[in-house]
Every structure is written in C-alpha cells, then in structure tokens.
Design a protein around this ligand. Structure first.
Ligand code: PLP
Length: 382
C-alpha cells in the first residue's frame, strides 16, 4: 500500500468527510518546547503570537510549557483569550485611536500592552484610558511596514517623551517585527537578519538613554530569525508565532524541516485526470488562502504529507498543488511513485495538504481536528 493510499485510509479512519484543518499535537508541542527552552536558556521572556493558531486549545499547550503571556493582533482575539484565562496580552498592531474604548474595557480585564508610533495615538490613549496600560514604541527595523525608524533618533525621543510624560501610560520599551527575515533564503541568512535587528534595537534604546529617557525593554518576534538563532540574549522578549505549526514557506527557506510541519488540510479528491497528470481536490483559496511559493513561472499552493499511525509523516515526493480557484485545488503528480499513485487514486480518497502559510490557512477554519481525533475551537472574527 502506498503512503498516499495509507494516508487516505487513516484520514477516513478519523471520520473525515470534507475539507478539515488537521493538527499534529505532538509536533506542535515539540515546536513549543524547543522555543520555550531557548527562551529560558537565553534569559528572554517568550510571549508567542497567538494570531497563528487563535485557539484556546492550542494555547493550553503553551500554558503546559510554562508560558503565561501572549501576543494578539486584534481586540477580538484579545477578548477571546481573556475569556480563556490569558491575563497578560500585548496587542501588537499600532493602536487605533477609534478603539480606545475597547482598549479601556480590555485593560479592566487583563494586563494590556499596546503599540504606538505617532503622537496623535499617544494623545488618544492618554485621554481615553482610565487605568494604566503598558505602551511600547513600535520600531521599524528596516522592514518598512510600521514603526519609527530605528535610526530616527529625533522622532523616537519625541514619542518616548510624550509617552513617559503621560500618567496612564507605562512606558514598556521598544517593540519590532523584523519581517525582512522572510526574504532570507537560508537559516544562516535569517540569523544574520536577527543579529542586525537586535543591534538596531539596542542602538535605538541607547539613543533614548543618551537623551535622559528610560530605555525600556526590547521585544522582537519573527519565526525565521528566532528559529535560526539559538541565543536570543540581548533582547528581553520574544514574540514569534508561526513556529507552532511552521509551513512550506519556512521549509523552503531552510527555517524548519518537514518533520516540524504540524498543521495541514485534509481534503477529499473530487476528480482524477491521469492523462493530465492531475487530480482535483475540494480545497481552494477559501481553505488554503492564495499564498504561494513561486518557482520560475510556476506557483505552488501546497504539497502532500503522509499521515502515519502516530501522526504526520514525510512529504510525498512528486505531488504538488499547482492551481487554485475559489473551491478547487489542482494536484499535479510528477515522476514515480506519484504517477503510479495517481493511477490508483479515485474520488472520495482523502489527501493531506501542507499549506504554504499556516497562519492564513488556519484563519479560514472555525476549528482544528487533532490527529488523535479531538476538536479544538478557534476564535472567529465577527
Ligand atoms: N509580532 C508582530 C507585530 C507580527 O506582525 C508578527 C507576524 O506578523 C509576529 C510578531 C510573529 O511573527 P511570525 O509570524 O514570523 O512568527
């Protein structure tokens, strides 16, 4: 029996009928434990980003590894995790002046951290919050998304002055997301980005101290940089998120191995076309997102994983998801054994697709099934 056929049989044995998000708990827990150990040995607080999984059930695995604080990216996520007992949360988006009343409500329930990179936002928080909230200055470490430029001493000092002069705002420090590590094509290159960003944060803090202001703590979080670096010391807080599941994007960049991939989408085969070397599965952009890997002119939206008796197995060679519409995914078989496996495939078989970007794929589903057969609910946006 081929790995593909055995995988279909095992997925059917889990009672799956339609497109379902599956998680391998043992792999996710191993990923969590590895990062928790690294944080401990580096003397850094791990505050993982929960936007990747958005599930109280998965969060409980973090809790079991000794982690008691988290990062979120919306008021809704913060309220969801507060409902599930998480009482120390950083909302790692630049604060939105129109949501200050929501922040005030959250701050009554949890120790809340917010981000600012503009005086207007500082003023909005100052006038709308009735109890102390931790405020981080968002730093652009050269990624070019949000934040005060790490080298822009003048703006940095001006904003830090404003924050530290406001009684309701507890100045926490400098926070960054080094998204440029996603352009690295090897673990060494991602580690080099990490070193540069750590240096940039330290230099921004030195600018504040030289101006007579408190330097505060340094918080960074991106999976490529933190996965590629063993010693995180020099930072105070680590906020990666994707590492709990990893995905093909991290795999092709050399950031993880196939045995770290911990979430995948089980989907039914609905068409088989050996003359085209293709099969069609019920898994489209609404399930996987349109995130893709580009190889020359060819896009790749997923690869097939085997399911073994004790959890996810290896990637199945020669199988790739090469096309995606709203609900359909085109699976292409290249070479042997994929071509022979395609000849034996039939509608109703089930395959397991490793996603390109786990965070966006998980976002499409209301719950996870674990390999053990449990169901874990996720936060759903209103
Ligand atoms: N912090 C912030 C502000 C982010 O935007 C992100 C991800 O986009 C993270 C942390 C986590 O990074 P990653 O998804 O690489 O683990």
């Amino acid at each position: 029996v081929s790995d593909l056929a055995a995988t279909s049989r095992r997925l059917a044995g889990l009672g799956l009928r339609r497109t379902t998000l599956l998680v391998d708990r043992r792999r996710a827990v191993a990923n969590i434990d590895r990062f928790a150990a690294r944080a401990r040995s580096s003397g850094v607080v791990l505050r993982p980003h929960f936007k990747t999984h958005q599930s109280a059930g998965v969060a409980a695995w973090f809790r079991a590894a000794g982690i008691d604080r988290a990062t979120v990216s919306s008021v809704g996520q913060a309220a969801y995790f507060a409902d599930h007992g998480w009482d120390d949360l950083t909302l790692a988006m630049p604060a939105n002046p129109r949501e200050v009343a929501d922040y005030a409500a959250l701050a009554a329930r949890v120790r809340l951290g917010l981000l600012v990179d503009h005086e207007r936002t500082v003023d909005a928080l100052a006038s709308g919050l009735d109890r102390p909230v931790r405020v981080w200055i968002d730093i652009d470490p050269g990624y070019g998304r949000t934040g005060v430029g790490w080298h822009d001493g003048e703006r940095l000092v001006a904003i830090a002055r404003r924050v530290t002069a406001t009684a309701q705002l507890e100045y926490a420090g400098l926070l960054t997301h080094a998204g440029q590590s996603y352009a690295a094509r090897s673990a060494n290159a991602a580690a080099a980005v990490f070193d540069v960003v750590r240096q940039r944060l330290r230099s921004a803090r030195a600018t504040l101290v030289a101006a007579g202001l408190p330097g505060g703590r340094l918080s960074a979080g991106d999976t490529p940089g933190f996965a590629a670096t063993v010693d995180w010391s020099g930072l105070d807080e680590a906020r990666p998120g994707n590492f709990v599941f990893y995905d093909l994007m991290q795999l092709v960049a050399g950031i993880c191995t196939a045995s770290d991939l911990a979430c995948a989408v089980a989907c039914p085969v609905v068409g088989v076309y050996p003359h085209r070397r293709e099969a069609v599965v019920h898994a489209g952009a609404v399930h996987l997102s349109r995130e893709c890997l580009a190889h020359g002119g060819q896009a790749e939206y997923g690869r097939l994983l085997a399911l073994a008796d004790d959890g996810f197995g290896n990637l199945l060679p020669g199988w790739s998801l090469t096309g995606l519409s709203q609900e359909h995914g085109i699976l292409t078989a290249q070479g042997e054994p994929a071509t022979a496996q395609l000849a034996a495939l039939a509608p109703g078989d089930l395959v397991l697709v490793a996603p390109v970007h786990a965070c966006l794929t998980c976002e499409q589903f209301g719950s996870y099934r674990t390999v053990e057969g449990d169901e874990l609910l996720r936060f759903r946006r209103a």
